[in-house]
Write a new protein. Structure first.
Length: 390
């Protein structure tokens, strides 16, 4: 049975998303323990925030680069840049150089995701399928998300030889580049260019777009708190080795594969986005606050149950914020998508810095409780304000 050009393109883009996500998740699980070998562990969040500053400064330029170069060629160039950074990071012994390379590597990753967003949007013709297409796209990234901690556990074992992980992350981008070189993907109509400030005003003058955008920002804050401070707490503070954390994190992340696509199908066919999104934020935030009860004496099944619950909620919120936003836009809305994707570095700037402040002033318990409850309340309130469309 022949595949339609649009279906083939979506499958290629989704497979590319797997390799792009693999490189990102390999890094994110070990970045704060790695930084803790260079700076005091309570200051690691500030280095992540430095990379976010670079991202935020560059994001307004991306729509112009997309129009001039095209999202496919820009994604290839960014992937090559990441390979160079990660290889350099694996072999450098200078702490200052390592910190700068970590910051630059953190800054470049969201730009690749942005190009894949545009390519995927160009392949979608029926908006009533957006929930399923988007969650299928996310599921490929989530398979990489499950595999990454297992790979980290295998590569590190009882050691802290992080150079192995950086080289593996660089290698995972090679098939990504090969895929984009091998297939000429539809890139859609060139994006219309508007002033970024005008775009931000338009987004926040629309109640629905403003609500889903703020909900996604809250979700991104969680994504830049949990992977930063949970590994730091479990490995550095509690002393759990990577050989054990590898399988714990893999189990923790299974809800992203098990729940996202069914949630997208239910949103398309049955319930809409709002109710699922509210439930997701409440589960995610309360479970993240409950991480505060984990200590060295906590039975492993309780630790795993709490961590899994955080990702059940995140999977539901993630599928709904992505699906709802992309029902409202197309590949021509590059500036609007750019604003949406700027939330990732904005969260990377603010959330780890806030986490580091709470960690320095009050410790891990306060960090998890305060940020977890904030995620639950702010996310649920924002989700309640969106306008369901099916």
């Amino acid at each position: 049975m022949l595949q339609s050009p649009g279906m083939l393109s979506r499958r290629v883009i989704s497979l590319g998303n797997f390799f792009s996500a693999a490189h990102f998740f390999l890094i994110i699980f070990i970045i704060t323990p790695y930084l803790a070998t260079l700076v005091p562990e309570r200051e690691t969040g500030y280095v992540i925030s430095l990379g976010a500053l670079v991202s935020l400064a560059a994001f307004p330029l991306l729509p112009r680069l997309v129009r001039a170069i095209g999202p496919r060629h820009l994604a290839i160039g960014l992937a090559l840049f990441e390979i160079i950074l990660l290889t350099w990071l694996a072999f450098t012994e200078d702490p200052l150089s390592a910190i700068l390379l970590v910051a630059l590597g953190s800054a470049a990753a969201p730009f690749i995701s942005y190009q894949l967003d545009l390519l995927l949007e160009a392949s979608i013709t029926a908006e009533d399928a957006t929930g399923r297409v988007r969650t299928a796209f996310l599921t490929m990234a989530n398979i990489a998300l499950i595999a990454a901690p297992l790979a980290v556990g295998y590569l590190l074992g009882e050691s802290d030889d992080y150079a192995r992980v950086f080289l593996a992350a660089a290698a995972s981008l090679v098939p990504f580049i090969v895929l984009l070189l091998a297939y000429r993907l539809p890139e859609g109509t060139p994006p219309s260019l508007t002033n970024i400030r005008t775009t931000i005003r338009c987004v926040f003058n629309n109640r629905d777009l403003a609500s889903v955008t703020f909900a996604h920002f809250v979700l991104q804050c969680f994504y830049h708190l949990a992977p930063v401070f949970i590994p730091l707490y479990l490995h550095t503070a509690l002393g759990i080795p990577w050989s054990e954390l590898g399988w714990i994190f893999a189990v923790m992340l299974l809800p992203f594969i098990l729940f996202e696509y069914p949630a997208g199908w239910l949103a398309d066919r049955k319930f809409g986005d709002k109710e699922i999104m509210v439930i997701g934020f409440l589960i995610m935030g309360v479970a993240f606050a409950a991480v505060a009860v984990i200590d060295a004496a906590t039975p492993i099944y309780i630790t795993v149950a709490i961590l899994v619950a955080t990702r059940v909620g995140a999977a539901l919120a993630d599928s709904m914020t992505e699906g709802h936003f992309f029902r409202r836009v197309s590949e021509r809305d590059a500036n609007t998508i750019s604003v949406f994707r700027m939330l990732r570095p904005l969260a990377a700037l603010s959330a780890p810095a806030l986490g580091s402040v709470l960690l320095v002033s009050s410790g891990y318990g306060t960090l998890f409780v305060v940020t977890g409850l904030a995620v639950a309340v702010l996310g649920a309130v924002a989700a309640r304000r969106i306008i369901d469309i099916r």
